[in-house]
Write a protein that binds this ligand. Structure first.
Ligand code: ASP
Length: 585
């Protein structure tokens, strides 16, 4: 037996017992006549003591040579500590060591294995196994385990069956590029790694499994915007013989269960918001509703005066910043600079101060009198002491800019509280989305999403207006899940693919298997997938998913620890019958 106890276990009641412990040397303090060593494992820290009076000389020598992160095993007696440490769970006792075995030595670690380490992100990722020894990282991984177990238990109890689907497949379009894998046995052919198990879970419904779930890796080769990973984990779910209401209720139940189980927070019914309203009121399809600052559209009350900037704008929109009148001129100038940064892209910002005496002072007083400004306050819901910020221009752009400003201000004002949870459903998404660059429509969710009943006919005349049976679950300004009711007949699927620009031949080549399956009695079905990494991070009160992934990749998609991706050696290329001929970009 390597150990009788863990390093987090021993208490005063164990005094007098002989125990064997194992773990890593956290630190040692060598006073010459006495050596203290903190021994660490996953469960905690126990203090070891070697002292001249009671410890044989050669063991004293050995003790003084124990370096940081040495792996040791000790046997000794649990004794009462002279100076107790109430901050440590094992702080009442220490171990008077009788035998010490060095199980493995360690080089000096490249950063300190402490809660607040001196190691930068790159270094920690290169030596991630050392990073994982640190409490915050280990705790995050255990937290993730708790969430995923709670998910498994809940869904299993509700009758969902956990089924694994293959990784070596053919493209499942979710709007990203595929990662591809060459096939040795089928020369010149490639598998695609799944962007999601979408088509397989639909086939499981055709197979009659009725309720499926899987906690599964998905692979998407896209430019890694902040806090994305090329491989990430979904809680992927599908149900048959359901309508949208059933799905929303089931997964609202799961989310509520998690918030209660993991965070001890009870949340009532989740609000539901139409996609169009979310865009109008928050400029965003994943609004953070922990705080207000809803958009007020000011076209009616701000246009047709002499202010050309507003008159020529498609949308004039304002938000009331609570208590914002306290901002100094300099601070407001800062905000204006902030919205003009290329990442936000506004041309400028108009503002109106709401003074305590009920008067207003705007940056466009030349064009607007007090009555006009009072109307702005009314539309944006501004009160005395607030600041109204106004942007104008082309609708979609202004909404995105204002949404960025709203989040920025909320962050500055401390309104994005990590321990507050505000979930909501955003429903009735458009079926198609116009790609401004190519002028083509693509599926806003994915090509298997069904249009709202009776709207299929509108696809030709007004493709942009067709609404889908699609929904997202939003938590604290993050999309944590999304899904849809699916198309389950061949004709509709064919029409959809045609509208997405697939020729009949292409549709057949890529999705023939699904269309064939639809000819054998496919039940009505639908589902959704949660992003597990993000969900765990939010429940854990943090923003970066990397902190909750054991071995994450960096922003260039590299694993700096194993140094991947890497080039293949010639032998492997020959086996695959591949020749590398890199093209100039
Ligand atoms: N496959 C979808 C996704 O990855 C989720 C779903 O529609 O169920 O976003």
């Amino acid at each position: 037996m390597y150990r009788t106890h863990t390093n987090g276990q021993l208490r005063a009641e164990h005094i007098g017992q002989e125990v064997t412990l194992a773990g890593w040397v956290q630190k040692s303090r060598d006073k010459g006549f006495i050596v203290w060593v903190d021994l660490r494992d996953r469960y905690g820290i126990t203090q070891l003591v070697f002292d001249e009076e009671r410890t044989p000389k050669e063991m004293m020598d050995k003790a003084s040579k124990l370096g940081r992160e040495f792996v040791i095993q000790v046997t000794g007696e649990v004794i009462e500590r002279v100076s107790k440490n109430p901050k440590m769970e094992t702080g009442d006792i220490e171990i008077l060591v009788k035998k010490v075995t060095i199980l493995n030595e360690s080089l000096t670690p490249p950063f300190t294995i402490e809660d607040n380490t001196d190691g930068g992100e790159d270094l920690r990722m290169k030596y991630r196994y050392l990073d994982i020894r640190r409490n915050p990282v280990r705790e995050n991984l255990i937290f993730r385990h708790k969430v995923s177990m709670a998910v498994r238990n809940y869904l299993s109890e509700k009758g969902f069956v956990d089924v694994e689907t293959p990784y070596l497949i053919k493209s499942t379009p979710e709007g990203a590029r595929d990662f591809v894998v060459p096939s040795r046995m089928n020369e010149g052919q490639f598998y695609a790694l799944p962007q999601s198990p979408q088509t397989f879970k639909q086939l499981l419904m055709v197979g009659g499994l009725d309720k499926y779930f899987q906690i599964v890796k998905c692979f998407r080769d896209e430019d890694l915007r902040a806090d994305r990973q090329p491989e990430f984990t979904q809680i992927d779910c599908e149900m048959a013989f359901i309508d949208q209401e059933d799905i929303l209720n089931m997964f609202e139940g799961l989310t509520r269960h998690l918030l209660k189980e993991i965070n001890g927070v009870e949340i009532g019914e989740f609000p539901r918001m139409q996609y169009d309203d979310a865009m109008k009121l928050y400029g965003n399809d994943k609004p953070d509703i922990r705080f207000d600052m809803k958009f007020g559209e000011l076209n009616d009350v701000a246009q047709h005066k002499d202010f050309g900037v507003f008159n020529s704008a498609e949308l004039v929109v304002g938000i009331a910043v609570p208590g914002g009148n306290k901002y100094t001129r300099k601070e407001i100038d800062h905000l204006i600079k902030w919205v003009k940064r290329p990442q936000v892209g506004a041309l400028g910002m108009v503002y109106s101060r709401c003074n305590d005496d009920g008067s207003f002072k705007s940056s466009v007083d030349k064009f607007y009198d007090q009555d006009d400004l009072a109307k702005w306050a009314e539309v944006t819901g501004a009160k005395a002491g607030d600041l109204i910020c106004i942007l104008s221009g082309e609708t979609n752009k202004v909404r995105a800019q204002m949404s960025a400003l709203r989040m920025h201000l909320a962050e500055e004002l401390g309104l994005r509280k990590a321990d507050e949870f505000a979930p909501l459903w955003v429903i009735d998404f458009p079926l198609l989305e116009l790609d401004e660059e190519t002028g083509h429509y693509h599926a806003m969710h994915h090509p298997f999403t069904s249009p709202k009943p009776g709207q299929l006919e509108m696809l030709d005349a007004k493709p942009g207006e067709v609404k889908a049976n699609a929904y997202d679950l939003v938590l604290n300004g993050n999309e944590i899940g999304g899904g849809s009711i699916r198309i389950h007949d061949k004709e509709t699927q064919a029409i959809m693919l045609k509208h997405l620009g697939f020729t009949e031949k292409e549709a057949r080549a890529q999705f023939g298997f699904l269309m064939d399956a639809f000819e054998y009695g496919a039940p009505p079905h639908g589902g959704l997938a949660f992003g597990l990494d993000r969900l765990v991070a939010i429940l854990g009160g943090q923003e970066t998913i990397r902190d909750f992934i054991a071995f994450p990749k960096n922003n260039s998609g590299r694993d700096v620890m194993i140094d991947a991706p890497a080039i293949l050696d010639q032998e492997q290329l020959t086996e695959l019958n591949l020749k590398i001929d890199l093209q100039e970009k």
